[in-house]
Design a protein around this ligand. Structure first.
Ligand SMILES: Cc1cc2nc3c(=O)[nH]c(=O)nc-3n(C[C@H](O)[C@H](O)[C@H](O)COP(=O)(O)OP(=O)(O)OC[C@H]3O[C@@H](n4cnc5c(N)ncnc54)[C@H](O)[C@@H]3O)c2cc1C
Length: 436
């Protein structure tokens, strides 16, 4: 790569959205000109797609059949829906199939048929090479400046951390958010976009563990329950999720906790929760509670001499049962079951349906799967992903202020927005070359 040469397009970040942008740029430019363009991906890591490898516990949950727009969040609510309305799930699946990624459903979620994220990254790597996309790894972009070149043409000057300089007619910023920094995403895109005049909403973690008063959860560290989790804000239910919850020494984790974590994170200001929040776990639905009511009442007589600690024997794992009983009954669990009244049984049944935990916040960006916040979508065109402030500058993926729920929504966003940015950059470059 000669550094004096002016490239057509540089993509900063070789993650999910950047790789899609590069391939869709080449597909589009080739369809109008019959030739591939001059595209370079600059990637900080020693290889592309490192975060994709970590997705879905290595299985890569790449989309979801339920594409309701309520699964996408942004200060500019209509932005993700505009983009996904333009590059739809079908378009994305067609694009992925075109580079060799076949998908399969598991419930509502979509995965590669192999259920291996590594096969998704391999397909992307082959496609980058087949579409003649240049890739420079361990290339950390430090600065992007819009500069005036000969003939009043504006170019971008890109400076790497190691001092190397590149010139390009257009740039796609695809360098992700600020979560999981070990995978390369340390919020560089926010700094780069801010330096070019863009407004950036402060990043917050989402799809992350929830911290609670640890007194109880610490004792249950490592245990899981299948339940209905309800998140309450000032006593009102604001989110409900069925699924697995994992108790940890700092609070609650697992898919159900991850799914509602964004709602907690949005209410944290300067590290402190701005409103009182609680989590309620419902371990048994109404029908099961009716069966349990009869069984527990019988136990008052049938197991009269056993300690109260054994009341929920075989109903729940022993430690969880003991924690529920401690919460419901204000007495030592060594007393005999015969000492319980029907009202005591009702108190136990209430906790089994509504076990409360005081929420204190979430774990940090380091542990999160996606970032709330980022570059304001008000300053991007949802039809093209082009900046409304800088000509020929595009943004896509997590660097923008869009975050999705757990379940394949973040990769869907990265793919849709990346494909659109690539197509738009190609049309713009082709249009400008043709206008001459
Ligand atoms: C553990 C984990 C599991 C996840 N599982 C799922 C899942 O199953 N389904 C789902 O939909 N989403 C999942 N996500 C979220 C999803 O991976 C991201 O939202 C998505 O990858 C974002 O795509 P992106 O292209 O915007 O950014 P990324 O894929 O993060 O790519 C950005 C790239 O830019 C590079 N970069 C950053 N700064 C610079 C710089 N200065 N110079 C050059 N390069 C730079 C980074 O190294 C990185 O490779 C998961 C995330 C994590 C952390």
């Amino acid at each position: 790569m000669t550094e004096d040469k002016v490239l057509d397009l540089i993509i900063v970040g070789g993650g999910a959205s950047g790789m899609c942008a590069a391939i869709s740029y080449q597909q589009t430019i080739c369809s109008v000109s019959g030739e591939y363009g001059d595209v370079l991906i600059l990637e900080k890591n020693d290889r592309v797609g490192k975060k994709v490898l970590a997705t879905g516990n290595g299985r890569c949950n790449l989309s979801n059949h339920d594409m309701s727009l309520s699964h996408f969040h942004s200060h500019r609510g209509d932005f993700p829906s505009d983009v996904i309305g333009k590059i739809t799930q079908n378009d994305v699946l067609g694009f992925l199939a075109g580079i060799g990624i076949l998908t399969v459903s598991e419930g509502e979620k979509l995965f590669p048929m192999s259920k291996q994220a590594s096969s998704v990254v391999d397909a992307f790597r082959f496609a980058l090479s087949e579409y003649q996309i240049q890739v420079e790894t361990t290339a950390v972009v430090e600065e992007i400046k819009s500069v005036e070149a000969v003939g009043n043409q504006r170019l971008y000057r890109i400076l790497l951390q190691n001092g190397r300089v590149f010139f390009t007619k257009s740039v796609i910023l695809a360098c992700g958010g600020a979560c999981a920094p070990a995978l390369g995403t340390t919020g560089d895109g926010y700094r780069l976009l801010a330096s070019l005049g863009h407004k950036v909403y402060a990043p917050k973690p989402s799809i992350v563990q929830i911290t609670t008063d640890p007194a109880v959860t610490r004792l249950l560290n490592g245990l899981k329950v299948d339940c209905r989790l309800t998140l309450l804000c000032e006593g009102q239910s604001i989110a409900t999720q069925d699924g697995e919850v994992l108790f940890t020494d700092y609070g609650l984790s697992g898919p159900a906790a991850f799914q509602v974590s964004g709602e907690v994170s949005r209410r944290v200001r300067k590290g402190i929760l701005s409103v009182p929040m609680q989590i309620s776990l419902c371990l048994f639905e109404k029908q099961a509670i009716q069966v349990l009511r009869e069984a527990l009442q019988q136990r008052i007589h049938a197991f009269a001499e056993r300690p109260v600690e054994q009341l929920l024997l075989s109903v729940l794992p022993a430690k969880i049962g003991a924690a529920i009983l401690k919460n419901a009954l204000n007495r030592p669990l060594t007393v005999p079951i015969s000492s319980l009244s029907e009202a005591d049984i009702e108190r136990v049944l209430t906790v089994l349906q509504d076990w409360r935990f005081k929420v204190t916040g979430t774990k940090s960006l380091e542990f999160a799967q996606t970032t709330i916040g980022g570059a304001s979508c008000d300053e991007f065109n949802s039809k093209t992903m082009e900046s409304l402030i800088q000509h020929n500058l595009y943004g896509c993926g997590e660097v923008l202020d869009v975050d999705g729920d757990c379940g394949g929504y973040n990769l869907q966003w990265a793919f849709s927005s990346g494909i659109l940015a690539g197509q738009s950059a190609a049309h713009a470059i082709w249009g400008e070359q043709h206008a001459k």
